[in-house]
Write a protein that binds this ligand. Structure first.
Ligand SMILES: Cc1ncc(COP(=O)(O)O)c(C=O)c1O
Length: 402
């Protein structure tokens, strides 16, 4: 597979900084034979994987050093977080989001998909339902179903190219037995960072319908263009008491394979209920997860800032390339994450995911997000990989439109 092939992209002339600047993120790492789900999917095939949400970048140097030190110790017994790891999380939340969290509010988890499943099981009974908006990250729909809980959906709306809540659709969707709202901010796949006014309306909505709020904020450190994340629990003491917040260093610092995430549950009763559903079923976080989490939150800020600049340039590249070379593909306002959500409707393909896959680029299929005719492109990769992916997309586009 040619990952380093340099493309001649005429419009790059208009992005001189992007074209010239070299960056640690430009380095192409071979991820084959490294237990990578993303790369295993197309093993032996000439298909560039741009689907599942991890990046083709090495984790920050301070994280690698902390992990090396932990490996050198050589003993990997049953794990518990050190006090310093807990403190790193608390300090990060206070410094970044002005949220003062108590140590006992934190529940460590080996993943947030686990968190969504445990939440479904803990807070809704089998004759109750959970509401979410669509399109949405697939486990929001699957976790309630896996736990034999009902899921109800309210479609989001578009304000120009920006995804927004459809408050009427949400009000109308709520049923007497709806117990909880699954909320994603920043939003995957819609790439929205919700404004404070929208968050206030979410809290009012939950209070009006007496819903618990599960706020998945796993992408909260991946805001582009200098935006600032507001953690919804910080809006009022009332919402803090009906909210559980899910976070993890895994997306930002590329640590998904280490399985370290957190639920923050300020309400004692809710936390007890959650803990009861975890006990004996959910595995502990492992030694490496705690170490990497602490190092990322304590020492990862500079690396993250450089990453955000790189991702912003990748986002701009995707948007200008699509606009100029593949104008029938619909794009949206992209405010956060390294996941670009695209509307393929005008290409009139029976199976858009397969069409692009057959032409050498593996994207995430929209139907899993409850949005057929959409595809999600992961641009968390070196620019040369992205250019190759876009070139392949263009071939597929031409095959669909000529
Ligand atoms: C919104 C959201 N929540 C949760 C996850 C997965 O979290 P984990 O890898 O901790 O299970 C993802 C992964 O892409 C995500 O986008």
């Amino acid at each position: 597979m040619m990952l380093n092939s340099s493309l001649s992209l005429p419009f790059l002339g208009r992005l001189p900084d992007l074209a010239k600047m070299s960056s640690q993120f430009d380095e192409v790492h071979d991820r084959k034979n490294t237990d990578s789900q993303k790369w295993q999917k197309y093993e032996g095939k000439d298909i560039l994987p741009m689907w599942v949400a991890d990046m083709d970048f090495q984790a920050p140097q301070p994280v690698l050093e902390a992990l090396h030190e932990r490996v050198d110790h050589g003993i990997f017994g049953y794990a518990r977080p050190e006090r310093s790891a807990t403190e790193a999380v608390i300090e990060m939340l206070e410094n970044n989001y002005q949220w003062r969290v108590k140590a006992e509010w934190l529940v460590w988890l080996p993943g947030l998909v686990v968190g969504l499943n445990v939440t479904s099981r803990a807070f809704a009974s089998t004759d109750e339902t959970i509401l979410t908006t669509t399109p949405i990250y697939p486990p929001f729909l699957l976790a309630p179903r896996f736990q034999n809980r009902g899921v109800i959906k309210a479609p989001m709306a578009l304000d120009g190219r920006t995804w927004v809540f459809d408050w009427d659709a949400m009000d109308n969707a709520v049923e007497p037995n709806t117990r909880m709202f699954f909320f994603c901010n920043p939003h995957n796949p819609c790439s929205r960072v919700f404004e404070k006014e929208e968050l206030e309306r979410v809290t009012a909505f939950c209070e009006k319908h007496d819903l618990l709020l599960c706020s998945d904020e796993i992408h909260c450190e991946l805001l582009l263009d200098g935006r600032e994340h507001v953690s919804i629990s910080t809006l009022s003491k009332e919402i803090e008491q009906r909210c559980l917040t899910l976070i993890s260093p895994s997306k930002t610092y590329n640590l998904a394979g280490l399985g370290c995430s957190l639920a923050i549950i300020p309400n004692d009763q809710l936390r007890r209920q959650f803990a009861a559903s975890v006990r004996g079923i959910v595995a502990e976080v492992n030694n490496f997860g705690y170490v990497a989490c602490e190092a990322a939150y304590r020492h990862g800020a500079q690396w993250r800032d450089e990453l955000l600049d790189y991702l912003k340039a990748n986002r701009d590249l995707v948007q200008s390339f699509v606009q100029e070379k593949m104008p029938l593909i619909g794009q949206y306002e992209h405010q956060a994450t390294y996941l670009a959500w695209m509307d393929m409707q005008k290409l009139q393909l029976d199976n858009p995911g397969r069409h692009f896959e057959e032409r050498g680029v593996g994207l995430s299929e929209g139907s899993f997000f409850d949005a057929p005719n959409h595809l999600r492109l992961n641009f968390g990769c070196p620019r040369s990989t992205l250019q190759e992916g876009l070139k392949r997309m263009k071939n597929a586009y031409d095959a669909a439109t000529n």
